[in-house]
Design a binder for this molecule. Structure first.
Ligand code: SME
Length: 153
């Protein structure tokens, strides 16, 4: 399915009034991992209150031991500090990387902003080398912008 075809389906999930926020996020993970063949692990991490650490939220894929990631550690922890997208073409070339599975070859992390504040991120792992392009960045920025509405008061 193309990114354009996924956008209305994303909207359906996020605007459903009978599901809770975490259920919506779980469905978003499923939507992406089920319909984009190189998205092998899809999950959200969120800042843990005022602490400088991320905690794992809803995800789809292999269970990971890394349910808490300190700011600055790994790709996710670096994005928590930089507020920038991080596209890793080859995870073996990264020094500051936390391996969740030996089969992962590339990764993309896109921060999630609510009213300008970085509250978390979407993290996607691929078993394909150099899987992610600028079109994934633009699409995931769109996803996060839509998701951020769930956190607006
Ligand atoms: N690889 C990430 C850790 C999270 S797992 O991919 C699920 C990182 O380096 O931060």
């Amino acid at each position: 399915m193309t990114f354009e075809e996924l956008k209305p389906k994303l909207n359906d999930i996020l605007t459903n009034t009978s599901t809770l926020r975490d259920e919506k996020l779980q469905k978003v993970c499923h939507l992406l991992s089920d319909n984009i063949d190189y998205y092998d692990w899809v999950g959200f991490y969120f800042r843990n209150g005022d602490k400088e650490e991320l905690i794992l939220g809803p995800y789809v894929g292999e269970p990971t031991d890394h349910t808490v990631i300190p700011f600055g550690k790994g790709i996710c922890g670096q994005v928590a500090v930089s507020n920038q997208n991080f596209v890793v073409a080859d995870v073996t070339a990264q020094d500051n990387y936390i391996a969740c599975s030996m089969t992962v070859k590339s990764e993309i992390v896109v921060p999630l902003f609510v009213d300008g504040e970085n509250i978390g991120q979407i993290d996607i792992d691929s078993e394909v080398l150099d899987a992610f392009s600028e079109s994934d960045e633009r699409f995931l920025e769109f996803v996060n912008k839509e998701v951020s509405r769930l956190f607006q008061s």
